[in-house]
Write a protein that binds this ligand. Structure first.
Ligand code: SF4
Ligand code: SF4
Length: 355
């Protein structure tokens, strides 16, 4: 049976978690200057703690996905230094510190199912793997769907995501029940942390967490194989030119997307020493596929948009099995010209399972 602890409020929970900051880096979402961002717990001011609670209670994901805790937007690989007529290299191996990330949503944590397939298959990306092993994700569950959410259509269980380490469940105060925050261990490392939390003042072990979604609505899930086949018929469609007329090529859709995982590798050097680092890249940028000789196999915006949606809804299915989308809705919410994955799904009749 899952171990469960209860606390009376989010600010109290964060206060208790501060006792672990010698052993863990702890991050949570907070609102600053009207923008949601993740910050280390010790940098969050007392008067900002309520905004953490507000973000956790929302039935839609925060602005940024949690992928950056495993795959940072910029990361040094190697350090090098000129040594007379040769160059000395050292792998920049930094054993990541144990980390707790509070406030990812079910769609976010389920995106690791896709990113793991890329980074943990041979050759294993050890930078990613080490962080994956050292990080505990506390997922705040959703009780309903936000205006852009399509998580359930993409097979995400919004009340019981399988890849979470710990679930954070916030119950509402009713006449029969007092309100409270429940933490429920799911993975082995999550359950070990819950056992430790149960010993701290301010948290108490309880028998179970409340079931907030008593009758789960039956949502028809998208069938990856059917969507993949439908996409084949869209290869020469005019839709790509139409979308290219609107698209700004800004890359926002890829940077906020929890399943996008492309990166570029560059060197930075000065006075005989430097670093090799990787940083997020976007298939929506014109130089993404630019080659050394000047040839670019995707020279137009239409080519790049087509590739982005084919990667999500066709190529990834062929290579790995699932669709490369968890229906978080960030592309729909943040694209300045209103292009989203749903734009293409509607075109192929994806919401009726591609039949
Ligand atoms: S966010 Fe919208 S405008 Fe920007 S690259 Fe993506 S689809 Fe184009
Ligand atoms: S494609 Fe859009 S809806 Fe799908 S995971 Fe990425 S941002 Fe979310």
């Amino acid at each position: 049976m899952n171990t469960v602890v209860k606390c009376h409020s989010v600010p109290k929970l964060l206060e208790v978690l501060k006792e672990l900051t010698d052993d863990y880096q702890i991050y949570c979402p907070v609102k600053q200057d009207d923008t949601e961002t993740f910050l280390p717990l010790e940098q969050i001011e007392q008067d900002e703690l309520l905004t953490v609670g507000e973000i956790l209670s929302k039935n839609e994901p925060p602005l940024y996905s949690i992928k950056s805790f495993l795959f940072p937007n910029s990361e040094v690989y190697l350090k090098f230094r000129r040594n007379h007529d040769k160059v000395d290299f050292t792998v920049h191996s930094q054993q990541p510190e144990p980390t707790i990330v509070i406030g990812g949503k079910p769609c976010d944590v389920e995106s690791f199912d896709m990113i793991d397939k890329v980074f943990l298959q041979e050759p294993v990306d050890t930078f990613y793997k080490q962080k994956r092993e050292q990080t505990i994700f506390i997922t705040s569950i959703c009780t309903s769907k936000g205006p852009n959410c399509m998580c359930e259509e993409f097979g995400v269980d919004k009340s019981e995501p399988k890849l979470s380490d710990i679930l954070l469940i916030e119950s509402e105060k009713t006449e029969e029940k007092s309100d409270g925050i429940y933490l429920k261990g799911v993975s082995e490392k999550g359950t070990k942390l819950i056992e430790r939390l149960a010993e701290l003042d301010g948290l108490q072990k309880v028998d179970n967490s409340p079931n907030l979604i008593e009758d789960k609505e039956e949502i028809e899930k998208l069938c990856p194989e059917a969507i993949k086949d439908k996409m084949e018929k869209l290869y020469d469609s005019d839709i790509w030119e139409d979308l290219a007329m609107r698209c700004l090529g800004c890359g926002i859709c890829t940077y906020y997307c929890p399943t996008c995982h492309c990166y570029d590798i560059n060197d930075y050097s000065r006075k005989g020493e430097g670093v090799r680092y990787r940083s997020w890249d976007s298939c929506m940028f014109s130089d993404f596929t630019n080659m050394a000789g000047g040839h670019n196999p995707r020279p137009t915006k239409a080519d790049r948009i087509k590739n982005r949606f084919f990667h999500k809804l066709n190529y990834f299915v062929k290579q790995q099995g699932p669709l490369a989308c968890v229906g978080c809705g960030r592309c729909a919410k943040n694209c300045p010209v209103g292009i989203s994955l749903n734009t293409v799904l509607q075109k192929i009749g994806g919401q009726n399972n591609g039949k």
